[in-house]
Write a protein that binds this ligand. Sequence first.
Ligand code: ADP
Ligand code: ADP
Length: 223
Amino acid sequence: MALISFDNVSKRYPSGQEALSNVSFTLREGEMAFLTGHSGAGKSTLLRMIMLMERPSQGQLVVGDQNLSRLPRRELPYHRRRIGVVFQNHQLLFDRSVFDNVVLPLQICGYDTEDASRRVRAALNKVGLLDKERLNPISLSSGEQQRVGIARAIVHKPQVLLADEPTGNLDPQLSEEIMKLFQQFNRVGTTVLIASHDLGLIERMRHRTLVLRNGRLIADGRG
Ligand code: ADP
Ligand code: ADP
């Protein structure tokens, strides 16, 4: 079943820049795919559209049973809860502990404290950082910081996990470890879409790869 479906989607920013042109593809529930292309090709724009941080200028974008062009404003928080996002610079808060960073999405969703604690520990356990929950993330290595970012993205059990250059600041070995974590979440049913320009890494992972060039989808196949 298609979970994410782009049908002739174009995006023109108010500046006039056309970031995506007539992009069509579907991502099935439980699938894992990479999104690649040069800097400025439109990768971040495509991910931001799935989160509805940007709206299509033309075309239809459907996530689950929601046509995002017609999503009422009041439904936006529910839509966002289905999605977890990992950023390149992980966007952790350095004024609080690892635990308090990961619990944030649950606090926003209104989980009670006990349930939230249990879920945070489960998430930290999955990324191998249970013993660091009380530390400030600033004292962690960059690979560990990225794993905290991943725990925060999956703590609310999202249906879809999106990542924008999640290994951009990591060496090859750490990058591979991070990718294995994504595969691990994919194996238990999470649909995963990762934007990356690390072609060597993408090839080694052997997943479906969507290639953007100047906003157009020019290839879609096995890496
Ligand atoms: P990538 O993630 O592949 O580097 P982006 O989606 O960030 O590509 O950018 C695609 C194109 O759209 C680029 O030309 C970029 O400068 C432009 N762009 C991205 N965000 C905005 C924005 N908020 N306003 C105007 N232009 C933008
Ligand atoms: P990436 O590292 O994914 O290529 P960008 O540098 O394209 O990221 O974008 C970083 C931020 O700057 C985004 O929030 C994007 O909306 C904004 N942005 C990118 N290009 C432009 C642009 N030409 N005009 C205005 N905002 C932009």
